[in-house]
Design a protein around this ligand. Structure first.
Ligand code: 5GP
Ligand code: ZN
Length: 114
């Protein structure tokens, strides 16, 4: 999608601090980190929200979680723990409409979230 910020990052048109790449996914550090580690994991395929995920995307979406596991291990977060979140639409706080997992770690997190 030409007007999508994360598609522009995927195309290299906007720079990002990339920490992971695979055939199906890519991950980079959040520009406004909310924790010592705050990485965004996105599919290479443009999907706007969780509402737009189809059954055919199951393996693609699953690959975001295996990426999260790998990145968390690389960042030294596996044992202490970390949080993985995907927001859907405005009420949940989604601001970029290309699905992404937030991988947050390096501090403690409250539950329930605000
Ligand atoms: P959302 O609010 O949609 O769940 O998350 C969007 C995230 O993208 C936010 O945490 C925001 O800080 C991050 N973000 C917005 N613009 C950019 C950018 O240009 N580069 C990077 N690396 N992150 C961005
Ligand atoms: Zn996109």
């Amino acid at each position: 999608m030409s007007d999508c910020l994360f598609c522009k990052i995927l195309d290299g048109d906007i720079p990002a601090d990339i920490v992971f790449e695979s055939d199906t996914a890519m991950a980079f550090r959040d520009i406004n980190p909310q924790a010592p580690t705050h990485v965004l994991i996105i599919p290479r395929q443009h999907i706007s929200t969780i509402n737009d995920i189809s059954a055919a995307d199951q393996s693609l979406v699953g690959s975001l979680f295996t990426a999260a596991r790998e990145i968390a291990a690389k960042e030294g977060l596996s044992d202490d723990g970390y949080r993985v979140v995907m927001n859907c639409n405005e009420a949940a706080g989604q601001t970029v409409f290309h699905i992404h997992l937030h991988l947050l770690g390096g501090r403690s997190f409250d539950w329930p979230p605000g």
